[in-house]
Design a protein around this ligand. Structure first.
Ligand code: ADP
Ligand code: GLC
Length: 489
């Protein structure tokens, strides 16, 4: 295997800065790619948390003024990741999360901020750094969407680009007046370039101009060809034909290892499933419920949004209570959904408990302690929580969409008899079908042998990065050396 080097460009990376699964992917894929002889350097914005984590950051490139703001690139390591950091304090030295101010509104200059990230990536890609000339640029989501545009309109040739779409609902559409401030030429403002319905479309630009497009599951790659899931980009996605493919996410199975997880009360594996019980008791206690309860314990760990179908969970609360289940929820998100869940917990303090915080340790405890994890997403590009649930023997009860459909084996009659199921899937995503899935889950739970089999099957599912990293490495090699890849195929 020839050695390859990749510049990964993203707006978040676990454990440095995270708002969702994107960070998990960007933070863990480089380690798996190392096994494929692919070296990754990750370009991140210099948010305060990233600057603080960067050990012995060395200035490697002075960009002078980037869009009128002082900017430079620092190189260094943090948490095992090899980083390049765009140190531009006017753009990134701010409180709050990567995209919003502490009051929760988008920063008004997000177009410039992530345009700057993309511009810096294009500089590095075209050889600005003596020490690092990437063979491929891997862009993640709209925040890196202008990289292919800068490369396309640059005078110098650059390496091939891959755009991975983690969520097509977030497209980065900006005012057309921004074009000169982004340093893009006027001829880029066409349907062949960055223009999108009278605005600048960051993700649209990448869908049009990157060499390959991937998304995070094969089913989502098919779904985004339709108007139901494509969020307006379906026509452009279809036009790219075979250039669009799906590569499932993995999770870091060292970090998510129930046999060796310092966050949980009692370690367990697929043959010592009985050791999950102390974890269930500890979780119930932590949430203020009866630690000895034998009720089927349902859990949620999620952003509390429409995408995730949290409103369906609110609607299903009478069913959940009627089926004699308990429910624990860990998440943050829409105020109205938080209110509805809080009110339900106040009405049923012995059955329903909620925590509106972001807590990695508690997410581990929840996965180790609940009997089943609810994921009624309306769309789910991949989803990582079901992968964690499988690994921890928490039976996923999920909508049959996107990566959920690709990673969970529904325990239908035949799967039950064959001992092959790992969870419960339902479709279409409605209140009625979700209710029916909850009834089916309760019925399966009441058959302890069947349930244990589902759990141990789940725990034996390969949710690691090994196969997906192989697929990404093959994709990179195919771009860099198509002739060689074709011969060895
Ligand atoms: P998305 O990125 O769409 O939010 P994913 O399932 O891909 O969904 O990834 C979500 C990630 O964030 C998972 O690692 C999950 O465990 C984590 N997560 C979500 N909400 C919380 C929370 N309140 N506390 C801790 N971890 C959370
Ligand atoms: C997005 C998607 C989620 C996916 C994650 C990582 O946040 O909503 O389904 O798992 O990206 O790819």
């Amino acid at each position: 295997m020839t050695a390859l080097s990749v510049l990964s460009v993203a707006s978040e990376a676990f454990p440095l800065i995270k708002t969702g699964g994107l960070a998990d992917v960007v933070g863990s894929l480089p380690f798996a790619l190392a096994e494929e002889n692919v070296t990754v350097r990750t370009l991140l914005p210099g948010y305060p948390k990233v600057m603080a984590a960067l050990r012995q950051g060395r200035p490697v490139l002075d960009l002078g003024e980037l869009f009128g703001r002082p900017a430079r690139i620092l190189a260094g390591n943090a948490k095992g990741l090899s980083l390049l950091v765009l140190d531009a304090p006017d753009l990134f030295d701010r409180p709050g999360n990567p995209y919003t101010s502490p009051t929760g509104t988008d920063w008004p200059d997000n177009g410039l901020r992530f345009g700057a990230l993309s511009r810096a990536a294009a500089e590095i890609a075209t050889g600005a750094l003596e020490e690092f000339k990437p063979d491929v640029v891997h862009c993640h989501d709209w925040q890196a969407g202008l990289v292919p545009a800068y490369l396309h309109y640059a005078k110098r040739a650059g390496p091939p680009t891959v755009m991975t779409i983690h969520n097509i609902a977030f497209q980065g559409q900006m005012a057309p007046e921004l074009l000169p401030h982004l340093g893009l030429p006027i001829e880029s403002y066409t349907v062949e370039g960055v223009e999108y319905f009278g605005r600048i479309g960051f993700l649209k630009a990448a869908v049009r101009l990157s060499d390959r497009i991937t998304t995070v599951s094969p089913t989502y790659a098919r779904e985004i060809r339709s108007s139901e899931f494509g969020m307006g980009l379906e026509g452009l996605i279809r036009a790219r034909g075979q250039d669009v493919s799906g590569v499932l996410n993995g999770i870091d199975i060292g970090l998510w290892d129930p046999a060796n997880d310092p966050a949980i009360a009692a370690p367990f594996d697929s043959v010592t499933l009985y050791r999950r019980r102390p974890n269930k008791s500890a979780l119930l206690r932590r949430f203020g419920l009866d630690p000895d309860s034998e009720r089927l314990l349902l859990g949620v760990v999620s952003r509390l949004t429409w995408q995730k179908g949290i409103d369906l969970i609110v609607e299903a609360l009478p069913t959940i209570l009627g089926l004699d289940c308990n429910l624990v929820v860990l998440g943050t998100g829409d105020a109205a959904l938080e209110e509805a869940l809080k009110a339900a917990a106040a009405r049923h303090p012995d059955r329903i408990a909620v925590e509106f915080t972001y807590d990695e340790g508690l997410a581990h405890q929840l996965q180790a302690g609940v009997d089943a994890l609810l994921i009624p997403s309306r769309f789910e590009p991949c989803g990582l929580t079901q992968l964690c649930a499988l690994r921890y023997g928490a039976v996923p009860v999920a909508a049959r969409v996107g990566g959920l459909a690709d990673t969970i084996i529904d325990t239908n009659e035949m799967a039950r008899m064959a001992g092959a199921g790992t969870g419960v899937l339902f479709s279409p995503v409605t209140k009625d079908t979700f209710d029916q899935a909850l009834v089916r889950t309760r019925d399966l739970y009441q058959q302890p042998k069947v349930w244990r089999r589902m759990q141990s099957n789940a725990m034996r599912t390969d949710v690691s990065w090994a196969a997906p990293a192989g697929a990404y490495a093959a994709l990179y090699r195919d771009l860099v050396e198509p002739a060689v890849a074709a011969q060895s195929a």
